[in-house]
Design a binder for this molecule. Structure first.
Ligand SMILES: [Zn+2]
Length: 121
């Protein structure tokens, strides 16, 4: 894999983009770095933070995401092999939304605190 540097080709591409290395969003300006594999296939745009941290960081991020993708694929394969049971109807879902009106907690912090106190599981 090599990281290229060139002028951004299309003005419409300037703006928020997703880094193909770390998967974070970043602002793409009038110059861009792109990851290209050995077969000359474009992998995607590379953010300034990944460029700054260099080749070792980029390789580490790619290895991490490859590992994580395998974990997700294993979980999704296991889930796909299970039968789907106890599925509510759409009418039941809509009735529950009308009944509850709002979520249990306002923030993730409040939810996590309730979990720690054993109020929910
Ligand atoms: Zn990045």
């Amino acid at each position: 894999m090599r990281i290229t540097l060139q002028q951004t080709g299309i003005q419409g591409d300037v703006g928020e983009q997703k880094c193909c290395i770390c998967r974070r969003r970043f602002h793409l300006g009038p110059a861009m770095c792109q990851a290209v594999d050995e077969s000359n296939v474009l992998y995607g745009n590379v953010c300034p933070a990944c460029v700054e941290q260099g080749p070792e960081h980029i390789r580490g991020e790619l290895q991490y995401h490859a590992w994580w993708t395998r974990v997700i694929a294993e979980q999704e394969t296991a889930a796909a092999n299970e039968e789907v049971t106890d599925c509510p109807t759409l009418d039941e879902l809509l009735a529950a939304e009308t009944f509850y009106e709002r979520a249990m907690y306002e923030t993730c912090e409040e939810y996590d605190a309730a979990l720690r106190r054993g109020e929910i599981d």
